[in-house]
Design a protein around this ligand. Structure first.
Ligand code: SF4
Length: 346
């Protein structure tokens, strides 16, 4: 079992504290000092007596901290963070600004096993999954640099539902009132379509918003762009989405990366409209951001506008996301944390 106090929920901290003979309420100090004051070490949790801090340390407990290796700022206001984990692995997180609101896109794995054709992270392959503490710490470290984060989207490196337990635990930590207190409606988990995990999430007591990286209206095309579709085809995926909606009453967001000549025709748009008929949803159209070695080109802005207007005419709420952060390679599908060919070939 991990001895990292950052990786613990308040209930787990209570257990640790009481097992060591301490009063339950001390767990609240530990949790809030770690998650609201970004305490870097047990020694900094000063409401605890020195003796109790030493006792925790003697038992092997510690507070992990991501190391911020690099922060890149784009003139459009977005910022990309390169973090190093305790074992030297690296991840990235991206902060997007919209007026006063700040949305942080966080990573859940180093690399990704899903191999989506349009995504740089998939090229790295999976190196390891993050702990809940590491995931939550992305928020701590970004807030230390850029101030309060309002929304969290699990859309960075990795497939969140392939790291289910740690992701759900991190949602609990970020949502907890004595910590960051980020409302559950401001936390979105995005998946490439792990249908059984979506069904499992529907049965949890805490239910973040759900986003589905869809990218194609039919199985044949989707399987070419996203190999996961061979395991969980659209019938299974949409059954799981239906269950999630039944349990939550939430609208689901579908993300659709527009790739030139692949999934961006009028025929594709009309098939997508048919596919989404009767589903409470909105669609985010995303400009494709080719990475080094990627053979897929992005659709033209005219094509994207045509695609968007077809969806809107059909009554589907549609937003087009143009390449925020593209100058710092922080846009969707571009996160590589230095593992990709751009850096290794230098
Ligand atoms: S799009 Fe998401 S699920 Fe697909 S390879 Fe990239 S990180 Fe993995």
């Amino acid at each position: 079992m991990s001895k990292d106090l950052k990786d613990k929920t308040p209930a787990e901290l209570e257990q640790i504290v009481t097992d060591l003979g301490g009063k339950e309420y001390l767990a609240g100090y530990i949790f809030s000092f770690i998650h609201t004051k970004n305490a870097p070490a047990i020694a900094d949790i000063t409401p605890l007596s020195k003796a109790f801090r030493e006792q925790l340390g003697a038992q092997g407990y510690f507070v992990s901290q991501l190391k911020t290796v690099e922060v890149l700022a784009d003139p459009d206001g977005s910022r990309k963070y390169l973090f190093e984990l305790g074992d030297g692995e690296r991840i990235e997180a991206v902060l997007l600004r919209d007026g006063q609101r700040q949305t942080l896109c966080i990573s859940t794995q180093v690399g990704c096993a899903m191999r989506c054709a349009f995504c740089a992270t998939g090229r790295i392959k999976l190196r390891r999954s993050l702990t809940a503490g590491e995931i939550a710490d992305e928020v701590n470290q970004v807030e230390a640099d850029a101030g309060k984060v309002n929304n969290i989207v699990y859309m960075g490196m990795g497939e969140p539902l392939e790291n289910y337990d740690a992701v759900l635990k991190s949602v609990r930590i970020l949502n907890d009132k004595s910590g960051k207190n980020i409302g559950i409606r401001h936390i979105t988990v995005s998946t490439c379509g792990i249908a059984p995990a979506i069904s499992r999430l529907a049965g949890e007591d805490i239910k973040p918003r759900l986003a589905i990286s869809l990218n194609a209206p039919d199985d044949a095309l989707r399987a070419r762009l996203m190999p996961i579709n061979r395991t969980y085809p659209l019938s299974k995926l949409f059954a799981a989405i239906g269950l999630y909606q039944d349990k939550t009453g939430q609208r689901v967001t579908f993300e659709y990366v527009l790739i030139d000549g692949r999934n961006d025709s009028e025929t594709h748009a009309r098939a997508l409209i048919r596919r989404l008929r009767g589903i409470s949803c909105n669609v985010n159209l995303i400009e494709h951001n080719p990475y080094a070695g990627c053979h897929l080109a992005g659709s033209s802005r005219d094509r994207i506008a045509q695609f968007a207007s077809l969806l809107k005419e059909a009554g589907i709420e549609t937003v087009t996301r143009f390449k925020l952060g593209r100058r710092i390679k922080a846009a969707c599908g571009q996160l590589q944390a230095g593992y990709g060919p751009q850096k290794t070939s230098k």
